[in-house]
Design a protein around this ligand. Structure first.
Ligand code: GLN
Length: 499
């Protein structure tokens, strides 16, 4: 057997990307297949009157929002336990296993076991999602200019999984020959592939992701680990109840955020070193801005999906296609194509010493977000008398919003790993995703505010309602971007040598 690699050997890689990045890319790709596959079928399955849960459209949407919020909120908890007890590797294996069991439980009987299975998926994703991104960060030395490009490539993997998962699971679930069980089964199978892949490549990560408790005796360590596993199992009924009753989602969201902030402050004070405290505060500012970004961006699963369904022609350039498909896939496709290219651009700029720093990249992200929503708004000028408008302009807006995402989301993962001290890196990555949970949550509220209260409103009235809303979002995104660029000197001071 080969000797275990040291951290220096891993981080001293030649070329653009470390080889371990490709491995983590693959594992995350399968996890996102499973996650986005489930997400893709959730609402339709809950709404299905015969083979699904027969919920009303409103209830299905509320539950969808709740599940999304819970999934991302649990990354914060998963990140903390990885930092304190399990380490990233064990956390990942545990998370993947729980996700697989969750899916298999639903496969057995989607109508009976759906909530139980989803509960396990929430817990599993919490232990998995933040920690794999944190490991990507550890492949790089402090100050290595190749890190953002690495996260760019990793982000493509995320989206390949998302795209495949969405397509395959929805196809299987809706197909007469297969049905919902097969959708969930496919998610379980790919997650098994992901887990097995990870078990094979684990060794190449050397000490990255090992337990932080290696100094303890193995029996003491095992006891703590078992406590985490048992604690997770005990929390199942609690999460189960909260998912079943969406009123609790509000309470949960009101409490988890403030608790997370209190815990963050506690850890920041405990850090003692003023230099690392300042970096943590900078990370927190990025997290706050990301809430706004996701609240706008996530209109894609809500109001933009309805807008696509109701108000768009079916012609894209020279062919015919359902606007729903464009709404669900164009973002992922654009990310897959442009994320590595943008990564290469960052690398080339870094070589010439003209790469923008993270604050400016975030600012650019918001400016693209603003331009994208202005473009969504602009579709109203292409509408015919019935209120149907151009799918081409709509798709163009998705291209623009994708550039915004690429300037902010992979860069956000990267900056979390640059600004967090090692002992808090899982928690900070979890907090980055917790912000997504709030973004999702706010996205639902914003979308509901934009929809026409009158169910019988004409398409023209709907078009005007939505596009007016998009104009507002565009303006707010612009303000957020400008504010960020304005306070950038302050944030850069907090970041010190970090770019
Ligand atoms: N689409 C990305 C992912 O799945 C980002 C999600 C998010 O942070 N909201 O990782």
């Amino acid at each position: 057997m080969a000797e275990q690699l040291t951290l220096e050997q891993i981080q001293d890689f030649k070329g653009k990307y470390p080889k371990q990045l490709w491995y983590l890319f693959l594992v995350e790709m399968w996890e996102r297949f499973c996650f986005y596959g489930m997400r893709g079928v959730l609402t339709i399955f809950m709404f299905d009157k015969v083979l699904g849960l027969a919920l009303s459209e409103k209830d299905a949407n509320l539950k969808y929002g709740a599940i999304q919020a819970f999934v991302y909120a649990f990354t914060f908890i998963g990140g903390i336990f990885a930092d304190k007890i399990l380490g990233f590797k064990k956390s990942l294996v545990f998370g993947a296993t729980v996700m697989i069991i969750g899916n298999l439980i639903i496969v057995a009987s989607p109508q009976n076991f759906f909530y139980l299975g989803i509960t396990l998926s929430i817990i599993g994703t919490g232990f998995f999602k933040p920690n794999i991104s944190s490991m990507v960060g550890e492949l790089y030395k402090e100050g290595d200019p190749r890190r953002d490009a690495g996260f760019g490539l990793f982000y493509s993997g995320i989206n390949i999984g998302a795209l495949l998962g969405g397509a395959v699971c929805v196809y299987l679930g809706e197909s007469k020959d297969f049905g919902w069980s097969y959708a969930f089964l496919s998610a379980a199978i790919v997650m098994i592939i992901g887990l097995v892949t990870f078990l094979f490549i684990k060794k190449s990560l050397g000490p990255i992701g090992d337990s932080p408790l290696l100094h303890l005796s193995s029996s003491k360590r095992s006891t703590k680990e078992i406590l985490v596993y048992v604690g997770s199992i005990i929390s199942i009924p609690l999460i189960f109840i909260m998912i079943k009753n969406t009123d609790y989602t509000d309470y949960f969201m009101y409490t988890i955020g403030p608790l997370a902030i209190i815990y963050f402050l506690y850890e920041t004070v405990k850090e003692k070193n003023w230099k690392s405290q300042k970096k943590l505060i900078a990370a927190f500012i990025f997290i706050l801005f990301s809430v706004i970004f996701w609240a706008f961006f996530e209109q894609s699963g809500g109001s933009l999906a309805l807008f696509a369904k109701n108000n768009l022609h079916h012609n894209l350039l020279f062919f015919e296609i359902s606007p729903n498909i464009v709404n669900n896939t164009s973002n992922s496709l654009f990310v897959i194509i442009f994320s590595p290219l943008l990564g290469l651009l960052w690398l080339a700029m870094a070589k010439k010493k003209i790469e923008p720093n993270t604050v400016i990249k975030f600012g650019i992200g918001f400016l693209f977000l603003a331009l994208a929503f202005y473009t969504f708004y602009y579709t109203r000028f292409f509408a015919d008398v019935e209120g149907l408008t151009s799918l081409n302009i709509f798709t163009l807006a998705y291209l623009v919003i994708t550039f915004g995402e690429l300037a902010l989301s992979p860069i956000g993962l990267s900056i979390m790993t640059k600004l967090s001290p090692k002992r808090l890196s899982g928690m900070m990555m979890g907090m980055w995703f917790l912000a997504s949970a709030y973004g999702q949550y706010a996205a639902g509220l914003l979308g509901a505010g934009m929809s026409s209260p009158d169910g019988n409103a004409t398409l023209m009235v709907k078009l005007q309602g939505y596009t007016e809303g998009y104009k507002q979002l565009g303006i707010y995104a612009l303000i957020a971007g400008l504010a960020l660029i304005l306070i950038s000197p302050l944030i850069r001071k907090l970041m010190q040598e970090v770019k």
